[in-house]
Design a protein around this ligand. Structure first.
Ligand SMILES: CC(C)(COP(=O)(O)OP(=O)(O)OC[C@H]1O[C@@H](n2cnc3c(N)ncnc32)[C@H](O)[C@@H]1OP(=O)(O)O)[C@@H](O)C(=O)NCCC(=O)NCCS
Length: 171
């Protein structure tokens, strides 16, 4: 698992970033970024990481991470049969991920996703998390995540997960 692009860097969102210039074409994701991301970071609800173009300092993308419990009954039996019988299992929520419309198709979605997976894996060694979960906003997003090996929840096809054990094997 390696992903590197020297023209961009990823950092935590802060007040100095010009969020208003960003648009990914999905209104809910734009509005969240403009209006809610800062507040949710301050309230420890979701941490936002942004992708910045080095030469222009423009914001090319973002993703958010939070802790979440996965209801054990929602996971496929092939996974849960090997796990302790807790009703909720610890996981990491990749709540949102988006690339600005001017930057699409340059592998920046991949850059953000791999950064999110690596960061989550690294942190899971200190606060355990057995999977990364995503709530896909539409069918395109489902396809994007499946392209990277995410598995649909049996009864909730817009929710997908990637076991941390899979990420560990790629690290
Ligand atoms: C989905 C999104 C993040 C992809 O970002 P991107 O930078 O355009 O995509 P990339 O250039 O990194 O694509 C990397 C790979 O994913 C594939 N891919 C991209 N979008 C895809 C889709 N909708 N379905 C399937 N595969 C997709 C690309 O073909 C490419 O494959 P390759 O490595 O085999 O060439 C971006 O289009 C976006 O922000 N969409 C709107 C917001 C959204 O839907 N977010 C996701 C859910 S919250």
């Amino acid at each position: 698992m390696s992903q590197h692009n020297a023209d961009y860097f990823i950092e935590s969102l802060n007040e100095t970033h010009d969020r208003k210039s960003f648009s990914c074409g999905v209104e809910a994701l734009d509005r969240y970024f403009w209006q809610q991301a800062g507040q949710e970071a301050r309230k420890h609800i979701a941490a936002t990481f942004i992708l910045v173009e080095m030469s222009t300092k423009k914001l090319a993308g973002y993703y958010t991470l939070s802790s979440i419990g996965i209801d054990v009954g929602e996971l496929p039996e092939v996974i849960t049969k090997k796990l302790p019988k807790y009703s909720l299992l610890p996981a990491t929520l990749l709540g949102r991920l988006a690339v600005d419309i001017n930057y699409k198709g340059k592998k920046l979605g991949e850059l953000l996703l791999i950064d999110a997976l690596k960061r989550s894996f690294k942190l899971s060694k200190e606060i355990a998390s057995m999977a990364i979960m995503v709530d896909a906003k539409n069918e395109q997003a489902v396809n994007f995540y499946q392209h990277y090996g995410f598995i649909q929840f049996p009864k909730r096809t817009n929710k997908l997960f990637l076991p941390m054990a899979t990420i560990a094997s790629l690290a």
